[in-house]
Design a protein around this ligand. Sequence first.
Ligand code: NAP
Ligand code: ZN
Ligand code: ZN
Length: 348
Amino acid sequence: MPTTVKAYAATSATEPLTPTTIERRDVGPRDVRIDIRYCGVCHSDIHTARGEWGTTGYPVVLGHEITGIVAEVGPEVTRFRIGDRVGVGCLVDSCRECTYCRRGDEQFCTEGYVETYSSTGRDGLPTQGGFSEAIVVTEDFVLRIPAGIPLDAAAPLLCAGITVYSPLRHWRTGPGTRVAVVGLGGLGHMAVQLASAMGAEVTVLSQSLAKQEDGLRLGATRYLATSDPDTFSRLAASFDLVVNTVSASIDLDAHLSLLDVDGTMVNVGIPEHPLSLNAFSLLVRRISYAGSNIGGIRETQEMLDFCAAHGIAAVVETIGAEQVDEAFDRVVASDVRYRFVVDTTTLA
Ligand code: NAP
Ligand code: ZN
Ligand code: ZN
């Protein structure tokens, strides 16, 4: 029998989130049922709730930065036991057979991976996210949270962490790499910590210097304001990699001018409106403009283990479920230090 659990749902682009109940499927042979303890508030939840990426199907239970405790396992589950500390990110299933799934890049599944919410599961039912008491997920898409990371500070790693770890690895960040992180929010504060732990020289580009001390404490060696007209000329052609985490449209040409020969700007931010650039900004120094979408399950586990080994986690502010709307407004106003995490026991 499916189980009814309490949740918070977006019902339209403009209404506040409302308490509701949803059904979680019965635990199948290879399923894990997780009692959710924390779920991070990602800016993607806000874009989705507010219909900024096109048609959102309402009602929808958001949240894809989930941590909790295994409460039940199916008879064929081999990797998890009741009581294990686990996480679920943006992916809950995929075809498992295509070239990309077989090599652990489920985010590129040719059949389209199943997202944690706003998607249709392989059982044909709509998926619902982590602003809820429990979730049932096939064991192949469940992550193990290392013992050294508290469950609240681990939750944002499941989206914000992997979304910046994957491009940092892909573009071979290491000692000597000059990295600029644009925007010190949820993704940005993870990018600074991860790039710095990989040995890179990290500069933060923020709208103002208000969070400078935090940025330097997280591992950056320089912190500059994009509102200062001298910033772009001072830093011209001085980076190998620019990681753009900004949730809104920015001046791409100005940011591309920061790259040295053969440098790359990778967009992980997904603004509501299309971005545009001048071709000259790319060809002058053979610059690449790229994008990156979350990361696969194998790489997500690698990122969690990397964080544990380097003493890295998200900086979080824990809130009750009834505060999510207020948290959405604060994130949009860049008033987040650096990730809100919902304590899901407040749903009860
Ligand atoms: P966030 O916490 O709101 O961080 C974004 C940061 O961008 C803000 O803290 C702010 O930093 C800066 N910013 C905001 N508005 C700006 C503006 N108008 N001009 C310049 N800078 C601005 O959001 P997040 O959760 O990190 O997510 C960031 C973006 O990544 C969102 O669009 C989200 O949907 C997307 N995302 C993509 C993926 C993926 O797979 N590619 C995964 C997760 C999220 P400062 O205050 O320092 O300026
Ligand atoms: Zn996210
Ligand atoms: Zn596939």
